[in-house]
Design a protein around this ligand. Structure first.
Ligand code: 26W
Length: 839
């Protein structure tokens, strides 16, 4: 069915077939007659790569020739997923390769799934970076990404069969040769750690940093093709390796083990992606990663800038650097170091360059996610950088500004010492800590959040004093976006084909101008179109059902309502609310007479998502694996209950990934985005579901709000308390607690049923249940009844199938705003001030 949707034309090209066979024989050194699907994938990938390399070269040549202002996207995470299908689509050769492969006896569908995901990210922040690269190349903007080439990406999640606990296994994604990267073994930089920083005579602000450990950064380039353009940008990933393979002296002294030791510690820097999102642990190796990456990237940018032979004072006119959250904030300090110590730029001039170069995006307001590095650790690892941080704090200009500011504060709020301490880059305490977010704000030209509500909270709750200090214009909003190439055309080819046919415009037009989807509104009442729209959804649900049957061996009824929540597990995302709601539904159906049950809307609930590996130091984090256990064990019971299992079933799909999302999202009727109001900065999967005609149950949070603005509130199922209420409710929980039994008898019943042990566990769930009963920081008890009502509204709406289909069409039609093309244009114009470069 999937292949049938591939627009079916025979476009076999003898050249492509020849190139694939040629790669089998030469690059793979194998005989073409006994090649398997994986070999065919490798050969096809190498053949496609040849095209990418040609385009990549012409693009980079053109950039050098025209020397436009460039933007650099610094992100510790790029969650790319698979590349082959994306490269085929963007190059416009999907049909040709499909035909050629089938003439060689392979099916493209089978070949595509051979590829392992490149999973160098945790979740939203990393996938956003990947979408932005696709859009930058598509808009022909001179944007490069810089990141780390982790040997191991996000861990693989296994769910233990007996008790439903999460196990983590390494992700050896580079075990097979990676055809999508070009090793640049000649592009290397030395990066220093530890050592001594010696200040020069007073006045210059300069210093010399020497000694310590030096490691080598080696570049690997990943080609990023634009859609429907030759422009092919670059994602440069750094690998760490020892500067000298062997310390000859100790080698000669016969100490072989010690001589390879240094190589171990250098390689460790880029060995693994930290799997914790939204929590900062202050680990030295993580700080090493951050500095290694920012130092190599800046050295590379500076080398490129020097080829232009422009005065260094013009650096910010040729370069914009986007900081993806605070993770690359050291780049601000490193550029100061280079300018002051190496380029001999006077301190003030250097600060002007720096503050015109950087832009900072915040992605979360959760306090536990705000990075702080201890002063002693920084002093040990990066002594010169700590000096610079202190110089920034105490620089005369800043003191002058801040004392002016303080004078005005003093007038308005006499004696407000706290204000000064909130503005400080250094947090008092034992040890003192550097607040990376404050440093990022001070060192950047502009600061933005990722959705309207979030950007508002960034200004009002996170940095109110900085807004007062710098004025409002330094702060802005860029609502996130998603690439419609991967998240509609690739993952849902049938829907894409139907849209193209209905709009009567070329696919490559609406895929580049997603507002064109509004043209679908003219067809909302066309019953034949409705039927085809519904048939596509059904076909995608059958594809998912087949996938689950193969994975878990359980048959699924594709005519049921598919309800999906897939995202990292986190307290604030409230997967717990969802599973408690499922239990509520189960108990309700169970309590009905067999006759009455027949009226129930059939539903299949899907969960997927990884929990940060449990860390014994942090009691909280052990609750997330507990949520998975609860889901898995509830699933076991209700899927086996013959009274109810034709009306309600439940699945936890292990090892959530970009590729799994590509199967789940097109198949969803309804998806859940149910964070406590004010906690989810934006969310991006909400956009993906809606683009594919899925409706949304959600709180009034993040981008849900803007989605509702676009599609109309009658097409989303909102529930729960609003952001301004949350603080009051938490205050109430602390000082005037009301027992769950009183607040929500329905929820109390659910909690007691879990405690009673019908889902097993022998009391293991008590700590999880108790966070709901007491404290309840994420206000599940306050939102539960309203949540259940919203789900009842979903049932009701789904029962009128024609109305539902109309809602689905209207939703998809109004997703134009959420294309990452729009978001990238925003950054290009309002932040980076860069223009496209035509080849
Ligand atoms: C230091 C540990 C750490 C690691 C990652 C802290 C914070 C993060 C990220 C900023 C977390 C993240 O991915 N945030 C998500 O970013 C998405 C893209 O903007 C948003 O859509 C999500 O709402 C936000 O949670």
């Amino acid at each position: 069915s999937w292949k049938a949707a591939l627009r079916g034309v025979t476009t076999e090209s003898p050249e492509i077939s020849k190139s694939i066979v040629n790669h089998v024989q030469t690059s793979l050194a194998r005989a073409p007659y006994n090649i398997d699907d994986f070999g065919a994938y490798q050969a096809a990938a190498l053949s496609v790569r040849d095209n990418l390399i040609v385009n990549w070269n012409s693009t980079q040549l053109e950039y050098s020739r025209k020397s436009p202002k460039r933007a650099y996207y610094l992100s510790l995470e790029f969650l790319m997923g698979r590349t082959l299908s994306n490269a085929l689509l963007n190059l416009g050769v999907l049909d040709n390769y499909s035909s050629s492969l089938s003439s060689l006896g392979f099916s493209l569908e089978d070949i595509l799934v051979q590829e392992r995901d490149a999973a160098l990210g945790n979740g939203g922040l990393g996938r956003l970076a990947a979408c932005y690269l696709d859009s930058s190349a598509t808009q022909e903007l001179p944007v490069w990404g810089y990141g780390l080439r982790y040997k191991y990406g996000i861990f693989q999640q296994l769910i233990k069969a007996d008790d439903g606990t999460q196990l983590e296994a390494p992700d050896p994604w580079l075990d097979h040769q990676n055809p999508w990267e070009l090793p640049r073994l000649d592009v290397t930089y030395e990066v220093r750690f530890y050592g001594n920083a010696q200040r020069w005579d007073e006045g210059t602000g300069r210093a010399t940093w020497s000694g310590g450990q030096e490691v080598l950064a080696v570049a690997y380039d990943v080609m990023i093709p634009g859609y429907g353009t030759k422009n092919t940008n670059n994602l440069r990933l750094w690998e760490s390796k020892p500067k000298r393979g062997f310390d000859l002296q100790s080698f000669n002294a016969g100490n072989y083990e010690r001589s390879v030791e240094s190589s171990n510690s250098a390689a460790a820097i880029t060995s693994v992606l930290y799997p914790n999102d939204h929590t900062s642990f202050g680990k030295e190796l993580r700080l090493k990663q951050q500095y290694f990456w920012t130092a190599a990237s800046l050295a590379d940018m500076l080398r490129r800038f020097k080829h232009l032979e422009k005065p260094i004072s013009q650096f910010a006119e040729y370069n914009a650097i986007q900081l993806n959250d605070t993770h690359p904030t050291l780049a601000i300090v490193e550029l100061m170091r280079i300018l002051v110590d190496e380029e001999e730029v006077p301190w003030d001039g250097a600060w002007t360059i720096v503050t015109n170069t950087f832009f900072f995006t915040n992605h979360t307001v959760l306090p536990e996610a705000l990075e702080k590095w201890s002063v002693p650790l920084l002093e040990h690892l990066l002594p010169r950088h700590l000096q610079i941080i202190f110089d920034i704090v105490s620089h005369p200009a800043i003191i002058r500004e801040s004392s002016l500011f303080l004078q005005s504060v003093e007038k308005k709020f006499p004696g407000d010492r706290e204000k000064l301490s909130r503005l400080s880059l250094i947090e008092e305490g034992f040890p003192k800590q550097v607040r990376m977010a404050n440093l990022a704000v001070v060192g950047s030209r502009r600061v933005n959040g990722v959705a309207e509500l979030h950007s508002d909270l960034v200004q009002k709750n996170l940095f109110p004093d900085f807004v007062e200090f710098y004025g409002k214009s330094k702060f802005g909003n860029v609502t996130n976006g998603i690439t419609p190439r991967r998240w509609l055309d690739q993952c849902n080819p049938s829907l894409s084909a139907l849209i193209t046919e209905t709009l009567k415009i070329e696919r490559n037009v609406w895929l580049k101008d997603l507002y064109k989807l509004e043209g679908l509104l003219a067809h909302v009442n066309d019953s034949e179109f409705q039927a085809r729209w519904a048939a596509v959804k059904h076909q995608n649900k059958e594809r998912l059902a087949l996938f689950v049957e193969r994975q878990l061996g359980i048959k699924i009824d594709a005519s049921a309502l598919f309800d999906v929540q897939i995202k990292r597990l986190h307290e604030y995302k409230r997967q717990t609310l969802n599973i408690l709601g499922v239990i509520h539904r189960y108990l309700l159906i169970k309590s009905l007479k067999p006759e009455e049950r027949k009226k129930v809307v059939k539903k299949v609930v899907f969960f997927a998502g990884k929990a940060a590996p449990a860390c014994t130091l942090f009691k909280m984090s052990t609750l997330l694996p507990l949520t998975i256990r609860l889901i898995v064990n509830v699933a076991r019971v209700i899927n086996a209950d013959p009274d109810t299992n034709q009306y309600l079933s439940l699945f936890f799909l292990p090892d959530y990934s970009v590729s799994l999302a590509e199967i789940l999202i097109p198949a969803s009727d309804i998806s859940q985005h149910i964070s406590t109001a004010g906690t989810e900065a934006s969310g991006t999967s909400n956009m993906k579901f809606c683009l594919n005609g899925g409706l949304l149950v959600g709180t009034v949070d993040g981008a849900n709000i803007e989605i509702a603005e676009e599609v109309g509130e009658d097409n989303v199922f909102f529930f729960g308390h609003l952001t301004p209420d949350v603080e009051d409710l938490r205050y109430q929980h602390t000082y005037h607690p009301i027992p769950v039994e009183e607040k929500s008898p329905a929820l109390a019943h659910v909690l007691n049923t879990v405690s009673s042990g019908i889902f097993g566990g022998d009391g293991v769930y008590e700590p999880l249940l108790n966070t709901v009963r007491q404290g309840d920081f994420y206000i599940l008890t306050d939102d539960f009844d309203s949540y259940i009502r919203a789900l009842e509204m979903v049932d009701e709406a789904y029962s009128d199938r024609t109305e539902w289909i109309k809602k689905s069409i209207r939703t998809s039609a109004k997703m134009g705003k959420f294309s990452s093309d729009r978001a990238i244009q925003d950054y290009a114009q309002e932040y980076w001030n860069i223009e496209s470069v035509k080849l």
